[in-house]
Design a protein around this ligand. Sequence first.
Ligand SMILES: [Fe+2]
Length: 1018
Amino acid sequence: MVPGRLATAFEAKPNNLLVAGRRDCYIPTSSSSASHKPLPHAIKTHHQEQAHTLSQSSVEFALHRCLEAVYINTPCSMALLIKPSGNHSATKKKPSLPPRDLLFLLVVVAGRKKVSIGCVASSSSARSETPSSSSGGADVSPAMAAAATHVKAVATIKVTVGGFLSSLRPSRAIDDLKDLIGRSLYLELEKPTLRSYAHKVAVNDDEVTYEADFDVPADFGDVGAVLVTNEHYFTEMFLENIKLSSDDSSSSDDVSATAAPVLDIRCNSWVQPNSGDGNGNGDEPGKRVFFANKYPLCARYRAFGTKWAAPLVPAAATGTNGAAGSADQTPAGLVSYRKKDLEEKRGNGHGERKSTDRIYDYDTYDDLGDPDANPDKARPVLGGSKQFPYPRRCRTGRPMSTKYPDTETRKGSNYVPRDEAFSEVKQLQFSVTTLQQVLHAAVPAVQSTLINPNLEFPSFFVIDKLFEDGVKLPKAEDLGFLRSALPRLLQTLRDSPGDQVLLFDLPANVKKDKFGWMRDEEFARETLAGINPYAIELEFPLKSKLDPAVYGPAESAITAEVLERQMGHVMTVAQAMKQKRLFMLDFHDLFLPYVHKIRALKNTTMYGSRTIFFLCDDGTLRLLAIELTRPASPTQLQWRRVFTSSTDTTESWLWRMAKAHVRAHDSGHHELVSHWLRTHCAVEPYIIAANRQLSEMHPIYQLLHPHFRYTMEINALARSALINAGGIIELSFSPQKYSMEISSVAYDKLWNFDTEALPADLIRRGMAVEDPNAEHGLRLTIKDYPFANDGLLIWDAIKGWVKAYVARFYPDAGSVAGDVELQKFWNDVRTVGHADKKDASGWPALDSPESLSHALTTIIWVASAHHAAVNFGQYDFGGYFPNRPSIARTNMPVEEPMDAAAYAAFLDNPDQALRECFPSQVQATLVMAVLDLLSTHSPDEEYLGGPETAPWNDDGEVRAAYGKFNARLKEIEGIIDGRNTDRKLKNRCGAGILPYELMKPFSQPGVTGKGIPNSTSI
Ligand SMILES: [Fe+2]
């Protein structure tokens, strides 16, 4: 066969079957085609203006692709076009650089006899493709080859369940064939490009290994990046890493002097099949670039922007300290790839995202409501307005409702960028096992809904029986209203085997003390060592900031007389204030404006509440008084009353009911503010901004990346089933449909970036004061405050690690201020991701290594330790719902105007009245199951400072700093264990007290009540 011309363009018509996966070959289906013929029967030319000279082997390759189609019995006729070349001399000299599309094919052909790799060094000033040779070896000239070093690239592909399942699809056959002929993975080393197909060399249970070889010329320089093309037609691949090693025959000296050193590129990313339509419609992901992460290069890559076109410094001339001189230069060989990769991740802001996309963009929370399904499910847009300021979430691009144009429709699943999705281990754990439990458990519940969905538990005995008898799994079709709340669960259920009984584990606090929920001292202790340690504050005198004309007097009804009586007259209120002994849970201003709105809903109620504690000499808190307030309305006067413990039995029962209301308020504050808003919701903009503005080669991206794991996915699931209209939060918590609105109010009134740092948070709440002579620079107001004491250990450990890391890359203020990508990232966080608070106080300028370290420490603290503190004890403290009811459904029986019948019923059976106030059976079991799920560590959890996320650049100082971080965290585990056995620390050690372990860094899988994952991942 003579050299020919191959048409690179094709006409994508309906019914065409894209076979080659590129622009080089397109096979239309045809009723007249002869699938029985061994070879394609029609070859003709068109689009001559785009044709390019190819070698004989190119044509063979093209035919080979057609053969693949024949082999899999695809009815086809050929549209692959070949005709004799008009210039045979083109084969005698190096061809001019062909367009990029065809270049791939050329390289592919050249690499047929030997696996090829395309590589680009980092030092050249322009990207120049190395012409291919006909030798079948690496794409280098003979002279260069003589001085070249043989380098082997080993790429590891993780075998996934998705991959396994995909084998069930017909399309898999095509990809199997590609694997067979060794053309499924295509690698290029960056600059100037060397290329090679990688061939499969090993298949294990959980990974497939591909190898490619190439010869790196002597003047190649450091390898800056590897380009990867997944040549499968349909199968995406999860690429774990690529390891480059030099030829064993080369001396180590030669390697370091002339060619690519040993390089370990951690990819951990999905590479999509190269099967686009070629029309730029987003269906053709094309090459993926994975940047090298050698320290000198990485340091030089940290900045990118105005100075990148400055004179270049070859990588080899940089020495080992990239922090000097060339700090803000990106080697030219990588500039275009760096820029292109960020552009791809930013997307164009249009269209609906597909599950295979890796585009990070912002949107408001306009997808919580579902008015198309039910007008009652209309919800306001959170974010983008003064009324409802909110952080931004990931844009999915789903169409807006035509009838409700402010609302995004909820069809399909919530998009997250492909690499943000759960690993399959996590997916299995989440969807098959634990979520299944949610469904199963949700629902003695569902059975009771057939009778009365608001039914309370008939007795405390029945509550206890939940932990003994378990819950029978209902059929999916019997799930009633939960079908819309739990679509993922329903799918899981359909895939699950038949009926089974689910047993709830006894929550840890009940194991320690079954009656702890009734005792005031446990109520108080949990404000310091429970699941919501972010609420208690030093605040006295008690004064509302709300408008007194609307909400009544600003002063509290809790008088000095009441407090001094409850304090046993050991001191006056003035003395107690002076000694900083009076503390409060203040759920007054947050909830009071919503009291009447919530009361207009069915089966719930609301008060504003203030709860006062006295700090005793032994460091414990004594619960003194609770004030419940109902503001005035057009039809009612204000009502408020102070409740205290009492020797009067009636007052004592009222006291229990008042505590139930405060605990429900605390549960709402915990889930809506401390947990959802301050961690899950506030972190998502950091993730989006980092991916839009920081290249994956940027050292700060690499520092933050482990702390973003799975957050977007779990948030998408939350929008799908937890925080949406009619979701579990609305079903089970007192504010019901106003739950998310209240979190918006909290964001408006309470959230500032600077006070998300633990020390600043403690100072803001009056729980600590600055003291340069004290440990951590803080003196705690309550010395035995387990969360603060342990949290500060973790805060300081993170701070030390981040400071060392930042110092390695940023030697001075100018290097921070001049880092264009970094500044863009920070600007994005403030002005786009948190746009509604962009003018609020508390945003530091990133203008020095110190300010950068502090901001990064804050982000990492929030994503890891803050989240762990409020997340992984949820089942321990809330699994037995009388200890933390998510909702209080009935008014106090003494509320005026008095309901005589209700009061009489209360006097007759106060136990019944309390159970009616508690969550219904549906609500309680649903929340128990969800808390069990949310408190679970996945088997593939990655913990703070753990080995899985050790920095993978090769700098000794960075590695040493991480090692020190890891060692300190292990040390902290021992310190915490010691504190939990110290009898002097009565808020964490004593009879029936659950040790405070939520700040212990490491854990086993499951519900353990300890362990700090790197990220907000559940
Ligand atoms: Fe969480």
